[in-house]
Design a protein around this ligand. Structure first.
Ligand code: UDP
Ligand code: MG
Length: 331
């Protein structure tokens, strides 16, 4: 087993610069045994048509099926490198593992289920020639998704855009072509809590969006359930916003001012009309409401603190268990 340090990766990349391909494909795959061979074949055919030299990096994100074996079987047929992570670290980390190892002058990130039509590659390369350093795909519509998912996604992007330093396009995909400069900038970011869709925007560069029509997943089911998306959403919010930490100051001040006014009102009323029977219901509601508000604010604080905790621990975002390519296992 081998952990990765940025330095090691940099050396590895430097060593292969002489034979650097024009294009590297980074394909994260989690339980995609039914798709991976076909995906590699199609990418290979398309890439061979478009650029003189390319490489295909498959990152097996701790699959429990035969994804690794299926991908490894392809190394004789295509310029494939298979990187097996030691367990499931999530799509964002799998992408990072690929980006760190990609040698190409440009890198394309692609899903392993072929939902993203490869026909857009040509347009992406054209825009790159026009001078764009990042060309990314945006879903033309989300009509294929359940209503609840659409509503939650919309709210998520609204929340993440409040007071945002950079705009995070709501329907952008990971499917994108990035110049080496963009890739190097992404790799240089030290954070472990990674929300890639935010980081792509954060690094800047000349970016161009192209609307795409998604196809149906080739085989298997989506790997992102509600919990997975929720976790990713919280990672996104905590790494790109700080307003959830601050709203409590304003809310607290508002409640304090109202309480003072209410206190004055009770004082005046008592002086004029005398003491009456205290309102227990008002008291109970106020106690529960404030208890709830306080617990929520502590919870929010906890979420941010948890992120700080993971960053401070400094564990690597992923661990590479094994790496194979046509030239045999990587040293
Ligand atoms: N994926 C991954 N690790 C995970 C979950 C997903 O590498 O923990 C990969 C998956 O194999 C696929 C891509 O991320 O190549 C997108 O996943 P999926 O198609 O399930 O997501 P959806 O298209 O439904 O949003
Ligand atoms: Mg998919």
């Amino acid at each position: 087993m081998k952990t990765t340090t940025p330095r090691k990766t940099a050396t590895k990349r430097a060593a292969s610069v002489a034979t650097a391909p024009d294009l590297s494909f980074v394909i994260p795959a989690f339980n995609e045994e039914a798709n991976i061979a076909e995906t590699i074949r199609r990418v290979e055919a398309e890439a061979a048509r478009l650029v003189p030299a390319h490489e295909i990096l498959i990152i097996d994100d701790g699959s429990r099926d035969q994804t690794f074996e299926a991908a490894r079987a392809m190394v004789r047929e295509a310029p494939v490198r298979v990187i097996r992570l030691s367990r499931n670290f999530g799509k964002e980390q799998a992408i990072m593992a690929g980006l760190e190892r990609a040698c190409g002058g440009a890198v394309v990130i692609l899903d392993a289920d072929l939902q993203e039509p490869l026909s857009y590659l040509e347009t992406m390369l054209e825009h790159r020639r026009e001078g764009y350093e990042m060309v990314y795909a945006v879903r033309a519509h989300r009509t294929d998704e359940p209503v609840l998912k659409r509503v939650l996604t919309k709210w998520f992007y609204r929340m993440i855009s409040i007071g945002a330093e950079v705009a995070i396009p709501p329907d952008a995909r990971d499917f994108r072509l990035m110049d080496r400069r963009v890739v190097d900038a992404l790799i240089a970011l030290p954070e472990r809590n990674r929300f890639m869709k935010g980081l792509y925007g954060w690094v800047g560069f000349r970016a161009k969006a192209i609307p795409i029509e998604l196809e149906r997943r080739q085989a298997g089911t989506s790997k992102f359930g509600f919990r997975g998306l929720l976790r990713l959403g919280i990672t996104g919010l905590t790494s790109f916003t700080d307003w959830p930490l601050r709203v409590w100051t304003a809310l607290g001040m508002g409640i304090a001012v109202l309480s003072i006014l209410y206190g004055i009102w009770i004082l005046v009323k008592t002086l004029i009309f005398g003491i009456d029977v205290p309102g227990w219901s008002t008291l109970a509601v106020a106690v529960f409401l404030l208890g709830g508000v306080q617990l929520i604010s502590i919870g929010v604080l906890g979420e941010y603190l948890a992120r700080v905790f993971t960053e401070v621990k400094g564990r690597p975002g992923f661990i590479v268990a094994e790496e194979v390519s046509g030239e045999g296992p990587a040293k």
